[in-house]
Design a protein around this ligand. Structure first.
Ligand code: GTP
Ligand code: MG
Length: 195
């Protein structure tokens, strides 16, 4: 999809704040610093729309971006940032649990993991949780420009195995630097949302 118009519609915490337009939506989840904002910026052809890493772990809201008034991208706050208090963590867990379990227009979740490393325990927990709710899943392995081409197939197997992915779950390796994988991520989003 060619994107020219993007608007941050709302930073929501509670369901009564979620938009009611009825557009289909896709959520983006992943640990703090994994490259979520960078992926979103590439998808919408902006250099710095979604803010990249100024204050990791600070955004504790669900940010709904209106894409061409056809769909929403929902930026889910990153997990695993060490300096976040236990209380903040619990608040986060309640917020995302409510969102993933109740949100009707949600058509799928893009889960980001760092392609260079084994998925973490928290990455696995997130995927288990999304499987529990039977949400269509695309796993994006980020920063693949740092992985030699000859090792990339191994990355995919490592991700599939480490996260115990199901057959229907897709994996795309992505780089915000050279835009590897951009078209594949868009193709998945278009298929899920029908835009
Ligand atoms: P938070 O919002 O803090 O949770 O982080 P985020 O997941 O949005 O990550 P962000 O996009 O801000 O990227 C974190 C760091 O990784 C930045 O320094 C980016 O420049 C870098 N980065 C992101 N994507 C890539 C990539 O594909 N390749 C390389 N080499 N670096 C990347
Ligand atoms: Mg970010």
């Amino acid at each position: 999809m060619q994107v020219n118009n993007v608007n941050l519609r709302i930073s929501a915490v509670r369901p009564d704040q979620y938009p009611k337009d009825g557009f289909p939506e896709v959520a983006f989840a992943g640990r703090s610093n994994v490259g979520k904002s960078s992926l979103t910026n590439v998808l919408i052809n902006r250099r710095n729309y979604a803010r990249t890493s100024s204050q990791p772990g600070k955004t504790q809201t669900l940010n709904f971006y209106d894409i061409e008034s056809k769909l929403f991208f929902v930026d889910v706050p990153g997990y695993g940032y060490a300096k976040v208090s236990q209380k903040e963590r619990e608040k986060w867990a309640r917020m995302i649990e409510t969102y993933f379990s109740e949100r009707q227009p949600l058509r799928g979740v893009v889960t980001l993991v760092d392609a260079r490393h084994e998925p973490t325990k928290l990455d696995k927990q997130m995927v288990d949780f999304l499987h529990y709710y039977d949400l269509p899943l695309l796993v994006v392995g980020t920063k693949v420009d740092k992985v030699p081409k000859s090792r990339r197939n191994r990355c995919v197997s490592q991700i599939r195995k480490g996260l115990a992915l199901r057959q229907a779950d897709q994996v795309v390796l992505f780089s915000a630097v050279d835009k590897t994988g951009k078209d594949d991520v868009w193709a998945w989003i278009e298929k899920q949302t029908g835009v």
